[in-house]
Design a protein around this ligand. Structure first.
Ligand code: HEM
Length: 441
């Protein structure tokens, strides 16, 4: 390691340039410096697929910050131990693994269909609040089934708390300072937990635990027995927001692409015409048949990964892509630039869903795809997110043609702080003439 160099600095790539336009600076860094570059002393960007994957897989060398969005509400304020975290992860994954998600396709399809049915037509509408509301209903129902309506208002306020916390601020306050946003977050977390506790206790009393994610978490594991009640309560605020936050950001980009690429939208609509008329009758096989729709979702997530920058801390002085990284430095992993590398995806800036299909219509050999991260901290909800987004896309294209508002004014602003999003996105829906009649269920 003695002969290794520091990662190159981007000429003119000051922190000010980064603050002005993070996406453009990230792209320039990748183009001019390669795998890893230096934003400022002690802050590096892993820009290409190999470097990103290396950081995400080497979780001991590059640690994910242990400051969760909703820290445990324990009287001691202590963080859960590694073993407690692992047990909670295992319990969540019982409800989030692909087979568990596919088993609930009908319910998810019914929820996403409501978005398409209720989308106003003939006028420009701000679409993100509508899609967020619809996906929150789907996500919260996925977690809590018939207890979802009582918890949904609390979930919406947890989301608001998350937004307030993520707003860019001039100061980085030490974590122990109770800023107004942090106090708001704690109040909402306490309110959510107080509403959830009686649900957990009722389910644990003799009777059915439920087949939803909460029910899966409450089942004893053969090795560890029951997950303690506090661990269940600690883990669920974050998961609740996760079920609809990044998915609704992704949905904004997807709906924008349906508006911009009418031929692609027609192709999705043709696939969706084969879905049953009653969305609740949708099965895993129907979902399987939505090949082009899934490819389109992948392609939008490739071009616009909602979590476009992931943060890690180097635990020791180590090597990354032939450079040294000092202990304690921050490494920003950038799926956005990794996905726009021509060696991974030819003609990388072009929207081409077909790149995810081979000629026979089955999955092609994929290039790098890091929208859900990878390694030990990879996304737990990837299967759920892909299913929600595939169904929402198919059902929306089946019912509507979307367009951007006419005129010179941009239909949205790209924001990069809470994630990569289409802030303020306005779209117009028109009923697709071929939308009725539906195929028989
Ligand atoms: C399009 C939608 C989504 C995207 C783009 C997305 C993206 C990601 C990414 C990139 C990570 C890795 C973060 C890192 O390495 O620092 C992650 C982690 C995670 N995601 Fe997602 N996610 C989505 C939906 C969901 C859903 C629906 C859920 C839950 C039900 C979920 C739950 C989680 C959890 C719990 C983690 C943390 C895993 C860990 O730290 O061990 N995500 N997600």
């Amino acid at each position: 390691m003695g002969s290794l160099k520091e990662p190159p600095r981007l000429p003119g790539g000051s922190f000010a340039a980064w603050s002005r336009d993070r996406l453009a600076t990230a792209r320039r860094g990748a183009a001019e410096c390669g795998d890893v570059w230096q934003l400022e002393p002690g802050v590096y960007v892993a820009a290409t697929a190999g470097a990103c994957e290396d950081v995400l897989h080497r979780a001991r060398d590059f640690r994910k910050a242990s400051s969760p969005l909703f820290p445990p509400l324990r009287p001691s304020g202590g963080a859960p131990t590694a073993e407690e975290r692992a047990r909670a992860h295992t319990a969540r994954m019982r409800g989030l693994r692909p087979q568990a998600v596919v088993a609930r396709t009908g319910e998810i399809a019914a929820g996403t269909a409501r978005f398409a049915e209720q989308l106003p037509t003939g006028r420009d509408v701000e679409i993100l609040p509508l899609v967020r509301h619809a996906l929150a209903e789907v996500g919260v129902r996925y977690l809590f089934s018939e207890d979802a309506p009582a918890l949904l208002p609390f979930a919406a306020r947890l989301f608001l708390a998350r937004e307030l916390l993520a707003r860019p601020s001039r100061w980085v306050w030490p974590p122990w300072i109770p800023t107004p946003a942090r106090r708001f977050r704690t109040r909402q977390q306490v309110a959510f937990t107080d509403a959830l506790r009686p649900v957990v206790r009722r389910r644990l009393a003799p009777g059915p635990l439920g087949d939803d994610l909460l029910g899966q978490m409450l089942r004893p594991s053969p090795h560890h027995g029951l997950l303690p009640e506090q661990a269940v309560l600690d883990t669920l605020p974050g998961i609740t927001v996760a079920t609809f936050e990044a998915p609704s950001r992704a949905a904004g980009w997807i709906l924008l692409h349906l508006a911009r690429y009418p031929e692609a939208a027609d192709r999705v609509a043709a696939e969706a015409a084969l879905l049953p008329a009653d969305p609740a009758a949708t099965t895993g096989e129907h979902l399987e048949s939505l090949r082009y729709t899934r490819a389109l979702v992948h392609e939008v997530l490739r071009l616009h990964p909602p979590s476009w920058l992931l943060t890690r801390q180097a635990q020791r002085r180590t090597e990354l892509a032939g450079c040294t990284v000092d202990a304690g430095s921050t490494v920003l992993v950038c799926p956005y630039t990794a996905h726009r590398d021509a060696r991974e995806h030819p003609d990388p800036d072009r929207f081409r869903p077909e790149r995810w299909l081979d000629d026979a219509g089955s999955s092609a050999k994929p290039g790098a795809f890091l929208s859900f991260g990878t390694g030990p901290h990879g996304c737990e909800g990837a299967a759920l997110a892909m299913e929600m987004l595939t169904l929402l896309t198919a059902q929306t294209a089946r019912r509507h043609r979307l367009s951007e508002p006419p005129g010179p004014e941009a239909a949205y602003r790209v924001t990069t702080f809470v994630g990569l999003a289409t802030d303020g996105l306005r779209l117009r829906a028109a009923s697709r003439p071929s939308a009725v009649p539906h195929a028989p269920g």
